[in-house]
Unconditional design. Structure first.
Length: 180
């Protein structure tokens, strides 16, 4: 079995996502309420085992020495699960808000004070929702130095994270699809 390098895996991911028409053109309202002439519809793609396999290999190889893999609900949970399985690192799931029943946890999984956590996301625009997930980890004793996103819309997320002292690593950017 041939081992693929990062660039080969990136090209494979672009091809897979392009075949699935992940970047759709038209008029769309984003979760931020803003209007856009394209939408990155990654939810269907991240239910495909071949896509998850490539994503998991790219992130696990780049994550380095971490104790946990975390993903905010809903879109990042399949990604975080795939990376967890591939890297053999425990999984954390971050809710959008604390549940109002049971244990009222915001983070599901075993996060210990001082754990180094890689946080993953499906798509970023400005990075606000991903940063909220990172803050939840930090407020509960975790250390986040790197975060990963499958597709970055190139609208400020990388710079926002840099200002926070965290490296945001996009596997792909929306501009990768303009040339494919």
């Amino acid at each position: 079995m041939q081992v693929k390098n990062t660039e080969e895996l990136r090209r494979e991911l672009i091809e897979l996502l392009s075949e699935m028409d992940v970047v759709q053109r038209g008029k769309f309202i984003l979760s931020s309420g803003r209007e856009s002439d394209y939408y990155v519809d990654i939810k269907r793609a991240i239910t495909d085992p071949a896509v998850l396999d490539v994503i998991a290999r790219l992130i696990a190889d780049e994550a380095g020495e971490v104790d946990r893999i975390a993903g905010p609900a809903l879109g990042a949970v399949p990604i975080a699960t795939a990376v967890s399985l591939y890297s053999r690192k425990p999984l954390l799931m971050i809710r959008k808000e604390k549940k109002g029943y049971g244990t009222s946890k915001l983070i599901e999984g075993d996060l210990q004070k001082g754990d180094r956590v890689a946080v993953v996301e499906d798509v970023t625009t400005t990075g606000g929702s991903l940063l909220k997930a990172v803050r939840a980890i930090q407020e509960n004793g975790g250390i986040v130095e790197k975060a990963f996103v499958v597709v970055d819309r190139e609208e400020g997320a990388v710079d926002k994270f840099k200002r926070e002292g965290i490296t945001l690593i996009p596997l792909l950017s929306v501009s990768d699809f303009n040339h494919s």
